[in-house]
Design a protein around this ligand. Structure first.
Ligand code: UDP
Ligand code: MG
Length: 333
């Protein structure tokens, strides 16, 4: 339904940034050490762009002084706005909350740890002026990540692109610029399980890669552990592919055919040579194997059922406790 108007040549579309507004969306979870640095860098970079802007910070239930730092900066500059969530909802959801609140003609989600270099936003805006609806950052070198993280990330992209019909660009994160039209489509998507990278790719439109080297975290520490990343990967794959649940009918079929062939060979052998001592080990292997396969199959059913349950409950995605800077009198800063 919402496919891109692909035949339009990008060269035919040119836009101007004059009079346009840029929204930066920054999810923050326990980021007190890095926030001041982040705002200082953003202010210098955004001043160069010649655009009206707002920075929508989503405090995702931080347990440190993140909110206090945000409020101090908001007092100093009303263009810094705050959505204070009622608890930690996770980065994907915090990002959704920010996208819902952002009012700009262009929207840029960004990590506050300065791993997404703010200098790139200028290039994004240029790509947008040349007609791109989405300009997304692509990491050309992941040397800041550990070997294991790079390896697992690569495995994930490969599996995802094999299994699902949308292609995730390798090494692209959430850091990107999106035109208002794209943001509106993403906001309309009803699912609660928001694997943002997948949704960003799913919408289509004219998407333009912008390469960059990803630096290390400026301060503080990453809150992603391998278990969390594994669950994140599962969310991504199950919400964009039915393959893990469908594959079981084929595995079952193959196992069934093997069983029939095995039975036939037993009958033939018994008729030709009579009965010999029944093979206890081979029986055990067959039983354990089929038990394992059944458990896996049921487990993969469970993964989907759990997610269906989550969608069906229809709870709101997130709960906002306070908002600062959105409807202040004369607040159009
Ligand atoms: N973040 C969040 N909620 C969470 C975890 C992270 O809003 O539950 C934010 C965090 O403050 C940062 C961004 O998401 O702005 C990326 O987090 P992090 O740097 O920990 O992830 P990594 O760069 O290691 O993928
Ligand atoms: Mg980071």
């Amino acid at each position: 339904m919402v496919q891109s108007s692909a035949p339009v040549s990008p060269a035919l579309v040119t836009r101007s940034r004059v009079g346009k507004r840029l929204s930066i969306v920054a999810p923050c979870f326990n980021e007190q050490e890095v926030l001041d640095l982040f705002f200082d860098r953003m202010e210098t970079e955004l001043a160069k762009l010649g655009l009206d802007y707002e920075i929508v910070c989503v405090n995702d239930g931080s347990r440190d002084h993140t909110l206090a730092v945000l409020l101090r900066r908001h007092q100093r500059d009303p263009r810094i706005k705050i959505i204070n969530l009622a608890r930690n909802f996770g980065k994907e959801t915090a990002l959704s909350a920010g996208l819902d609140a952002a009012a700009g003609d262009m929207v840029v989600p960004i990590d506050v740890d300065l791993q997404d270099p703010p200098e790139l936003i200028g290039q994004f805006v240029e790509a947008w002026e040349k007609g791109a609806d989405v300009a997304y950052g692509v990491r050309i070198d992941r040397s800041a990540d550990s070997f294991l993280k790079r390896l697992t990330a690569q495995g994930f992209y490969r599996a995802f692109n094999r299994l699902s019909e949308v292609d995730l660009p390798y090494n692209a994160g959430d850091f990107r610029l999106m035109d208002r039209r794209v943001v509106d489509v993403i906001r309309q998507l009803p699912e609660r399980n928001r694997f943002m990278k997948g949704l960003f790719a799913w919408v289509g439109f004219r998407q333009e890669p912008v390469p960059y080297a990803r630096p290390e975290r400026a301060a503080g520490s990453s809150s992603w552990r391998y278990w969390k990343l594994w669950n994140f990967a599962l969310d991504g794959i199950t919400s964009f592919s039915g393959a893990p649940i469908r594959v079981w009918s084929y595995i079952g079929l193959i196992a069934g055919l093997l069983a029939v062939a095995f039975a036939a060979s037993i009958i033939v052998r018994t008729l030709l040579w009579g009965r010999d001592v029944p093979g206890y080990p081979s029986l055990m292997v067959v039983i354990l194997m089929s038990f394992g396969l059944q458990m896996l199959a049921i487990g993969s059913l469970g993964e989907y059922v759990a997610r269906i349950y989550q969608e069906v409950k229809g709870r709101p995605l997130y709960v906002v406790m306070d908002r600062y800077g959105f409807d202040a009198p004369g607040g159009e800063a």
